[in-house]
Design a protein around this ligand. Structure first.
Ligand SMILES: [Cu+2]
Length: 190
């Protein structure tokens, strides 16, 4: 007996695929905040005097950068990353934005191009030693830092002034991802 009835085997498979695609589209739609929400999230990263005239960019579902709003003060802000537990929007000056692009693109950052970044909503990072960890490893936990600013692209001698452990005290300045091309100083401000 043909258990798939009159549709036949391939009809059932096609139907199942169509249903899966519809479910995925619905899930994507539900989890994608509006541009207004993304912009508001991005603007919370810095003082409003900086954020209100900044370019706002966001990563789309396919990992491509999309410009939500063109700015004119040299700053670029990104909304919270949904991949981490807490809110972590950021505002970057030009050098810091280039640095972040190098990190995300797995490329070497420019040397001695010091950049500055605001993260006034704080941030959570999966590892203080691995720039590409996406979740904490066994016996590890999310590195949670409150409102802070970051200094990126400085020389080694600068980072050598600060602690570099895997489990830093996040209430005082410390180096994240020490010894990698993406080491940077995390500076809590509260
Ligand atoms: Cu940060």
């Amino acid at each position: 007996m043909n258990t798939t009835g009159s549709m036949g085997r391939y009809g059932v498979i096609a139907l199942a695929m169509a249903m899966a695609a519809t479910t995925q589209a619905a899930a994507a739609k539900m989890s994608t905040p509006s541009d207004a929400k993304l912009i508001a999230s991005a603007e919370r990263a810095a003082p409003m005097a900086v954020a209100k005239d900044a370019t706002i960019v966001a990563m789309d579902a396919g990992g491509k950068m999309r410009t939500l709003r063109e700015g004119h003060n040299g700053w670029t802000c990104m909304p919270d990353s949904p991949a981490t537990p807490g809110p972590d929007p950021m505002c970057m000056d030009k050098n810091a934005f280039e640095w972040a692009g190098a990190w995300m693109g797995h490329k070497p950052p420019a040397s001695s191009k010091v950049g500055f970044m605001y993260m006034l909503e704080g941030g959570t990072d999966a590892s203080n030693t691995d720039p590409y960890a996406t979740k904490p490893a066994a016996g590890n936990h999310w590195i949670k830092t409150g409102a802070h600013v970051m200094i990126v692209g400085a020389d080694q001698g600068f980072y050598d002034l600060y602690p570099k452990g895997a489990d830093p005290n996040t209430h005082a300045p410390y180096v994240m991802w020490a010894g990698t091309p993406y080491q940077h100083l995390m500076v809590p401000i509260k």
